[in-house]
Design a protein around this ligand. Structure first.
Ligand SMILES: [Zn+2]
Ligand SMILES: [Zn+2]
Length: 87
């Protein structure tokens, strides 16, 4: 049986169980998990050998949409936009 990593953000935002989410990394694949969190949820992850500043700089370059609250997909921005849709 293949075990996928259960992403808490996917679970919270989409109400899905881990095995219902497509393209999830395999459990234990820390590189793929870090990539998922950064590219899908726009949350910088400090990789092995990186400082916090290096991680922030790399993230800003790789995920330019995260700099704009209108296109950022981090949980906080997603929540803010959802709130505005109800006003
Ligand atoms: Zn996720
Ligand atoms: Zn954001």
């Amino acid at each position: 049986m293949t075990t996928y990593w259960a992403c808490l953000y996917c679970v919270m935002e989409r109400g899905l169980r881990g095995d219902e989410i497509p393209d999830l990394p395999l459990a234990g694949d820390t590189q793929a998990i870090a990539h998922h969190i950064e590219s899908v949820h726009h949350i910088p992850v400090v990789r092995d050998g990186e400082t916090l500043e290096e991680a922030r700089a790399r993230f800003a370059k790789e995920q330019p949409e995260a700099a704009d609250p209108a296109t950022c997909r981090c949980p906080q921005c997603v929540r803010e936009r959802a709130k505005q849709n109800w006003q």
